[in-house]
Design a binder for this molecule. Structure first.
Ligand code: ZN
Length: 119
């Protein structure tokens, strides 16, 4: 029991670090994207308007995706703080480390994630 708890704590520390650097990375990227959008708008001309609209659409879709991921990363960091990180929110099972390495901010084990995706 004690060993399990210790494992979970050290695991949280490792993934907490990963999550924090991911958060910084996302924040930096989103600043770049916003800056990019603003620069594009200033240099906009009539010829470029059609492609601008496309780019704007793409940039905002990317921003939106980034914001969603950021929200998930923040939520995962809260779980690290509260000691519930790495536990599936649906079935309460421990999420395998391989899955956390692939998707550190996931809330669900693979089984639950697939079930939720299907529904
Ligand atoms: Zn689960």
């Amino acid at each position: 029991m004690l060993a399990t708890k210790r494992t979970r704590v050290s695991r949280s520390r490792v993934f907490g670090k990963m999550l924090k650097s991911k958060r910084d990375e996302l924040l930096g990227q989103m600043q770049d994207w916003r800056a990019g959008v603003l620069v594009e708008r200033e240099t906009e001309d009539e010829v470029g308007q059609a492609s601008w609209a496309q780019m704007e659409h793409l940039a905002f879709a990317t921003l939106e995706q980034g914001q969603k991921t950021l929200a998930e990363v923040e939520a995962a960091l809260e779980r690290v703080d509260s000691g519930t990180y790495g536990v599936c929110e649906s079935c309460g099972e421990s999420i395998p480390e391989a899955r956390l390495r692939a998707l550190a901010w996931t809330r669900y084990c693979l089984k639950c994630a697939e079930r939720i995706r299907r529904n």
